[in-house]
Design a protein around this ligand. Sequence first.
Ligand SMILES: [Zn+2]
Ligand SMILES: [Zn+2]
Length: 238
Amino acid sequence: MNLIADLHMHTLASGHAYNTLMEMVKKSAEKKLQVIAITDHGPQMPGASHEYYFGNLLILPDYIYDVRVLKGCEANILNDGSLDLPEYRLENLEFVAAGIHPEAEFDLTEKKDITKSMLATINKSYVKMITHPDNPKFPVDFDEISHAAYENNVILELNAGSFDKFKIGRRGVEEVTLKYLQAIKKYNVKISINSDAHYIDEIGRTSGLEKLVQKVGIKEENILNNNKERLLKYLNLK
Ligand SMILES: [Zn+2]
Ligand SMILES: [Zn+2]
């Protein structure tokens, strides 16, 4: 599997990642990535940037070191499924990813309630990807999420960071991710295998998730980050 894009990474602006945007892009170029998304945490994450950081991202050029750099965010899904950035900011970003983080006020515990929040997020027109929906700490109904993601052209992520063996409080549980992938396959959802890098060496990591993807039999054409033209077309970007 030749992955040419990494749609989830954090810079110093997240408050708990360790490189500048330029360092991240340079390393991505060295790793022969063609497209990356800069997805810093939304303002509810402790130490994250003010909303104006996300507004001003648009001053960046499309290409840096020949890498297509998507101006994005990893917004925090709040209990009611809304996000922690104003809608006009989200509408202006190229790549809005959203995920549940307990550090950012999300405190629902029931599967049906968490599913309802995530469905409300998926229904928002500017949301392009849900990050780590297979985190067992926040269980969701994978059938409902996959069906909604398909209907709304939202990418579901395979998050390599969740499976990093050194990570404290790691989220990844293989059995849960296999169930998640089966629903993805059933509903023909587009996926992206992303690093969730918080340090340059992590860019492009997959933590072996491509093996699970192959095991379940996800079609090549549904893996969005293996083809630049298909990815940009799907996102309606140039
Ligand atoms: Zn996250
Ligand atoms: Zn992240």
